[in-house]
Structure formats: C-alpha cells, structure tokens
Ligand binder design. Structure first.
Ligand code: G1P
Length: 286
C-alpha cells in the first residue's frame, strides 16, 4: 500500500469575505495571534507525517511562498540582535517540509484547483487540506483521516456536525455509519438547502484522495455556482466505487468567516500560558 506523503493545499481564492483586510495580502496569511492561518494547516500536515506540501496558488499569493522560504536579511538582523529563539522559529518554518507551488491560472473552482496539482501528485494517494480551515485537535485531523484511508484504501472526507440551517454552506454526506468515527458514504451533495440535506455531517476542509479523482475531474463538468466542484467528483467516485467519511475528533474553524476567525483567535489565545489569565479576566469583564 502506498503511504500518504503529499498534501495539496489550494490557496488561489480571492478571499472576498475578508475585504478590506485581504485587498493586498492573502487571506491565508491573516494571523491567528502570531501565526498565519496557513502555518497552522501546514503544521497539522507535518504532524501527520506529510513530507511534501503542494500549494495551488494564484498571482496574489506570493506572500505564502515567502513565508515558507528562508529570509536571509531577517535572519541576519535577528542574529545581530542575538535573538536566538526567533531565529530558530523562523528557520523551522522553511525546514518543515518540501514546499512546491503550481498556479491555478483561472478560478474555475475547487475541483479545478485540485486537478491543477495532478502532475505533482503523480500516482499516489494524497491529502487535500483547505487553506483557511483550522482544526484544533489532539490527534491531527488529517492523521485521523489517513488512519481510515489505511484501512479501506479509498477516498476519505473529514466531516463535522453543523446546525441543520447551515447545510447550504457545505458539502453534506449521507452516511452509512460504521462506528463512532467512521461511515461509508452513500451519497454526497454540494451545498444542499436544509430541506434537501441528507444529514448535518458537513465536509470540513480535509480529504484523503486517490489519483482516480483526476480522471473524473478531467471531464471539467460544472456544478454548483458554475464551478468545477470537488464534491461532484467525489459523488461520482462514490457511485463508481466507494468512499468513506471520518467524523474526526476536534473543533473546526472556517477562518474565511469572520466570526469563526475571532473564535479561533480566542480559543488559541486561551491555550497560551501568557494570555490565559488576563484574557479570561478581560472576557468576564466584558
Ligand atoms: C468548500 C467545499 C465544500 C466544503 C467547504 C468547507 O466550499 O466545496 O464542500 O464543505 O469547502 O470545507 P467553499 O467553502 O469553498 O465554498
């Protein structure tokens, strides 16, 4: 069995939900406390044993490439000031994984973004992690999916429960429950209205896929919003073969959404020793 070694992270989107903050910087570079959103996601991948990160980018995303590269001038200046711990932190970022980049030249949807990475992925299973979805979990969420992949050797999507009235924002699965954390997928639909949703189990930014998905995506069939949807390709794969869902243990934050971004910031700040006490006090006072 081939090991999951690569993760595709699509980051080509414009981030219009976060304007004006994203007018001149990628949404993935917004910081939750002192670390860009995208670094949380890369750290999750690396903690799960991923060795290569494939970013699907666009022209406005150069800051992401710079973030995961060396910055000699900064290193030099930090060395002059003897800021050893900062130097270590900065160097660690570029050493975490092997980073490669491919451009999505036209914004044709998530399915098309993943298809853009096909040559870099090659003939092996791979993870997909959406660039603004942070999952706070003890065992990295993508690792939980990989464990299920290793059992069934077929596609796995990460799901979380959402309020029924919000199903129109997500891919939703119709599950055949296997156990507490895994299901077989009977059906998967992109953004159904609450009346049409088969459950409240929403696809939330994590997938393990096999290269078979590229043959389906190659057809370029348009779906919801006139875009080439990854969910539609998954639905076709499930019809042809099978597919699984992992109800991972962890808390999901869609950081492309302002309120979720604020919640993520508070959650991560409360985990930090230097902020926990004063922040709790401040929140109570509010
Ligand atoms: C995408 C997927 C959707 C998924 C969501 C959150 O939608 O198409 O199936 O539920 O991400 O992971 P988007 O948020 O890009 O509209």
């Amino acid at each position: 069995m081939k090991k999951v070694r690569k993760a595709v992270i699509p980051v080509a989107g414009l981030g219009t939900r976060f304007l004006p903050a994203t007018k001149a910087q990628p949404k993935e570079m917004l910081a939750v406390i002192d670390k860009p959103i995208i670094q949380y996601i890369v750290e999750e991948a690396v903690a799960a044993g991923i060795e290569q990160i494939i970013f699907v980018t666009s022209s406005t995303k150069r800051a992401i490439e710079d973030h995961f590269d060396r910055n000699f001038e900064l290193e030099y200046r930090l060395r002059q000031k003897n800021k050893q711990s900062e130097i270590k932190d900065i160097l660690r970022i570029s050493d975490m994984a092997n980073f490669v980049y491919v451009r999505q030249k036209t914004p044709k949807g998530l399915g098309h973004a993943i298809f853009t990475a096909r040559e870099l992925v090659g003939d092996e299973p791979f993870a997909v992690m959406l660039g603004d979805d942070i999952i706070d979990a003890r065992v990295p969420a993508i690792k939980q999916l990989i464990n299920i992949y290793n059992k069934y050797e077929d596609i796995v999507v990460g799901v979380t429960r959402v309020p029924k009235k919000e199903t129109h924002k997500y891919g939703i699965i119709d599950p055949i429950v296997i156990d507490e954390n895994s299901s077989e997928i009977r059906r998967i639909i992109e953004k159904p209205s609450p009346g049409k949703a088969p459950s409240n189990l929403a696809v939330s930014g994590r997938y393990v896929l096999t290269p078979e998905i590229f043959d389906i995506l190659a057809k370029g069939k348009k779906g919801s919003g006139g875009e080439i949807q990854l969910t539609d390709a998954l639905a076709e794969h499930v019809r042809r073969k099978a597919g699984y869902a992992c109800l991972y243990k962890g808390d999901y934050y869609d950081c492309g959404n302002k309120l979720e971004f604020i919640k993520a910031t508070i959650t991560y700040a409360l985990k930090r020793k230097e902020f926990r006490g004063p922040l709790k006090k401040y929140l109570k006072q509010l």
